[in-house]
Design a protein around this ligand. Sequence first.
Ligand code: PEP
Ligand code: MG
Length: 885
Amino acid sequence: MTIKSLKRVYYFGKTMSEGSKDMKELLGGKGANLAEMTAIGLPVPPGFTITTESCAEYNQLDRNLPKRLMQEVRSNMEILERETGKVFGSEDNPLIVSVRSGAAASMPGMMDTVLNLGLTDQSLEGLAKAFGNRRFALDAYRRLINMFGDVVMGVPHEQFEKEFDRIKSQYGAKLDTELDETGLEKLIDAYKSVYQKNTGEEFPQNPYQQLEKSVEAVFSSWNTPRAVRYREINEITGLMGTAVNIQTMVFGNMGEDSGTGVAFTRNPSTGVNKFYGEFLINAQGEDVVAGIRTPKNLDEMSVWRNDIYDQLLETKRILEDHYREMQDIEFTIERGTLYLLQTRTGKRTGVAAVKIAVDMFVEGRITRREALVRIPANDLTQLLLPTFDPKAKRDVLTVGLPASPGATFGMLAFSADEAVERSEKGESVLLVRKDTSPEDVSGMHVAVGILTSTGGMTSHAAVVARGWGKCCVAGAGEIDIDEKNRTISVQGRTFGANDIISLDGTSGEVIAGAVPTQDPELSEEFSAIMEWADEFRRLKVRTNADTPKDAKKARDFGAEGIGLCRTEHMFFEDERITDMRRMILAETEQERRSSLDNLLPHQRSDFIGIFKAMDGLPVTIRLLDPPLHEFLTQEESVQEELAEHLGITIEKVKLRLEQLHESNPMLGHRGCRLSITYPEILEMQVRAITEAAIESKNNGVDASPEIMIPLVGSARELAYLRSKVEKTIEIVKDKMSYQGTLDIAIGTMIEIPRAALTADEIAKHAEFFSFGTNDLTQMTFGFSRDDINTFLPEYIKQEILLCDPFQSLDVSGVGQLLEMGTNKGRSARNKLKIGICGEHGGDPASIEFCHNIDLDYVSCSPFRVPVARLAAAQAAIKKLSFSYD
Ligand code: PEP
Ligand code: MG
């Protein structure tokens, strides 16, 4: 790292203000904004900022302060003394300062603060005289010894606490504030001995020594393990260090005309343009944070001091005009005078983010582009699903994977049948399973939420739940499920079938009892954001849906077609699963065809419903994909029922199951391999699609099916199956004597690395590609997507992986395959349409990647469609602004 400037200290005050909000890198967020607020005339106590470069120098010099740094600090202290008319360490009206850290990126609570610096035995009396309040001065002094001892010298805080308790009880004081002057004097003596005992030195009576040590402490805190870890987790890199802000202290604890508070310029929960915050009369900043006293709502401030409230409102206007963004501020009132101590961009909920962005555009503060990029796309899900009342208490039992967002509660059902039975009786149940399998689908469907103790973000339960917008927490490994006794145990507590548990699918929290929920209402602002996003985005957004209901929901959310209709989900329902199983158990083609004949009308009517819901929009239907034995069951009772139903022996069922068993089913007999070995399945499905399309067209519905062949790894596989599909389409057309236009595009999923590597060969037989990034991630990493939860948490903890690659596309690895597949595919077929339909299609970072490599569309579950629309617009805007640079 090269140090660019020799100037290490930047002053802010009436005398001069050398920094600005654009100097965050050098002055840290806090320092830059203190300078900016000073420059625009807001009441900021004067001070100065030591640069982040100086922190880098300090570290380069093996933890030694750069030469002449303290000289520069001293000259700035002199300017500060002249401006304030006070002298540092003086026994007469002394200057007291705070020393605070502040990096370019916010690192809340990671580095410490020292307040009341400059107090000594001598200046203490000066402070007492200046404010005419000795008790106050003594209290400030004891706080300094404690903070300086703890933060700068590493004296254990409890040792000060212990002395405080001892002296309070000696003086009969319950509250800290009840200790009188004599008590405080005793306390100061006690604190000094704690300090001396631990450090081997007297508490420094030279204020500059205090200052120097504090600056060093703040610099060192940049590299404490917790700060380093925080930066790693939050991927904060490339920063030089922390700045140090030295600022004149103002005291909110000077009496009934003083106080302190924090405020947001707009409501951070709802976005409503109303000043929002809390304050405490006669208190210091830490009292608000520590929660010892309950602060008052800012609305009540006008009753206390209308003049100050008006000043604050004016400050809000000035700040928002200037920053063009909602601000989060800290302020202090010292004897009736308002001071601002900090301003920064305020954190907010998804609802608030949308409202504030649109309102700020309407108010003329920002452009539509700015409004769009300010909203974290993922936060839109908060607007679409029920949420827990943020004010409600949560008795959190454990945290699993936030597999499908939403907030719900219900009693515990331990099997799909139980879930169905109890929900028919009107009970709200959560389906609790170790993991879910296809036979759980009916239970999953009726349950209000799904909880599993194993399985990852793309496990069956998670994928299905997300598709339905149903809340799901997966992989909650701490939960022990006892199916037999119908109980779950977690953290030493046990819950039975009639106990209520709440699930937060956004945070992964599993909570005891019912947390009240609230329903979303889509606002005008939400619609405005969606409209603007559509104007800016290039990527189309489709949905993954396999029922007319889901298709409709997605269309309502703005989906422009179906990018993936997983046909296997259509076989899970009661009547159909029997035929499906009969087909799987069949030993001859003829038997298989007879079961498929029974399934055909069901498939056809499903497709008719979907085409209707997607009238005029493309519908990509994928042929059967999962290994067949996923449709069978290990449950003895179901096997018996099946044997009886099919008129065969249970032994025969078991034998067939054994024959179908595979060691690695995900790499086994699935996808297009099924169509090669059992072409009659492909024929039935293509027939159902074509018949449904023709029937729909005859009824005035503009059906536009596309047939997608899964798990292709070589061009020959696709060529072989393509001709079968084409032949079947022609046969159906002939049979139905259809004369109209019906162009069914035939394409493939790219989900095996080999397919991406040979995409040019494959493209010769495909009119479209859709990247199945769930399988592509699985096969590129060699991670089983269903078992990742056994090791992923450790990978994340050890930072071997920075995030779950099944959630956010691994750009440097799997991403290369996408890029290569796209380029190679288009090199062979210019107009090849390319999309993505793995779970990544709804993830903003992955969507940005898809935009940048020029895909045509992304496809995601219905509830993520709005997220994808916004993320696609953000990706386009980002790329535009890069090209302007
Ligand atoms: C995929 O593999 O990304 C995909 C969409 O297919 P599935 O999840 O059904 O295997
Ligand atoms: Mg797949």
